[in-house]
Design a protein around this ligand. Structure first.
Ligand SMILES: NC(=O)c1ccc[n+]([C@@H]2O[C@H](COP(=O)([O-])OP(=O)(O)OC[C@H]3O[C@@H](n4cnc5c(N)ncnc54)[C@H](OP(=O)(O)O)[C@@H]3O)[C@@H](O)[C@H]2O)c1
Length: 251
């Protein structure tokens, strides 16, 4: 992915990791589009960075995903990078959970949306200069946090999808990059749940540095470890991560 002169859509880019990346991409001379559900977060972002284009969009809704693609391409016909960053994390006790709709929503936001957005944007991206798709997975793609079973499963699936997508697009101009955060101090899962994580600016700086080197998988700390672990190491990490008294998560 080139360092500047890209036009980049970041889903969920008004807060957390998406915001930190949006600000860094903007500073490096890229045009940025951002979507999210909360209008006030998008307004806040535009007040701080008037050059960023924003759209209210719930990626859980198929109609919103289609409209997002139409809007982004007509607003910015040179759009050449899609960052599938929007995600949610729920703690779920499988024996007690009664709310299928909430469980389903987590699957739809974290998995259906990036798969569908990839399909929607690909025909446009393949015609652009140096196009790329960046999928934000997790250190938990490689070893689950049992207390977030659906989240962990969606991230494992998105990692798998990213590998297949990259393989299928070999020989096409579209680069496929996986960003694999460890626990990062954002509001993921609700305020206060990830304060043990690395500072979001530190992680975003690392991502920007690694993008410059042409890296296709960008992990950090815990996720560097889990994404390269052997089966025996993964078993040991699973035990550590899921000790009965252990809370909160590491990714
Ligand atoms: N923080 C971590 O420890 C960590 C670790 C590994 C992976 N990740 C991944 O990193 C990505 C970013 O998360 P984050 O940590 O930066 O948390 P965050 O600050 O909560 O960011 C998530 C963003 O996604 C947006 N979003 C959620 N559901 C959406 C929907 N249905 N439609 C549109 N936008 C939606 C949210 O905005 P609205 O609520 O306004 O829609 C928010 O801006 C996620 O995919 C997450 O799984 C995070």
């Amino acid at each position: 992915m080139r360092a500047s002169k890209n036009t980049i859509l970041i889903t969920g880019g008004a807060t957390g990791i998406g915001l930190a990346l949006a600000e860094r991409f903007l500073k490096s001379g890229n045009e940025i589009l951002v979507c999210g559900r909360r209008e006030e977060k998008l307004l806040e972002l535009r007040r701080k960075h008037p050059a960023i284009k924003t759209r209210v969009c719930d990626v859980a809704l198929e109609t919103d995903r289609v409209a997002l693609c139409e809007w982004a391409v007509s607003e910015s016909p040179a759009l050449n990078v899609l960052v599938n960053n929007a995600g949610i994390q729920r703690r779920v006790n499988l024996a007690e959970e009664k709310h299928w709709e909430a469980v389903e929503e987590e699957i739809v936001i974290n998995l259906h949306a990036p798969v569908h957005l990839t399909m929607l944007f690909l025909p446009h991206l393949t015609k652009q200069k140096e196009p790329a798709i960046l999928n934000v997975t997790s250190g938990l793609s490689f070893v689950p946090l049992a207390g977030a079973p659906v989240y962990s499963a969606t991230k494992a699936a998105l990692h798998s999808f990213t590998l297949s997508l990259r393989h299928q697009l070999t020989g096409s101009p579209v680069e496929v990059i996986e960003i694999i955060p460890p626990a990062v101090d954002t509001d993921l899962g609700g305020p206060g749940l990830h304060t043990h994580g690395v500072p979001v600016g530190e992680f975003a700086d690392h991502v920007m540095e690694r993008l410059k080197t042409g890296a296709r998988e960008i992990a950090y700390g815990f996720s560097e470890q889990s994404s390269h672990a052997s089966r025996a190491e993964l078993d040991a990490i699973f035990e550590r991560l899921n000790q009965p008294t252990r809370e909160p998560s590491r990714a």
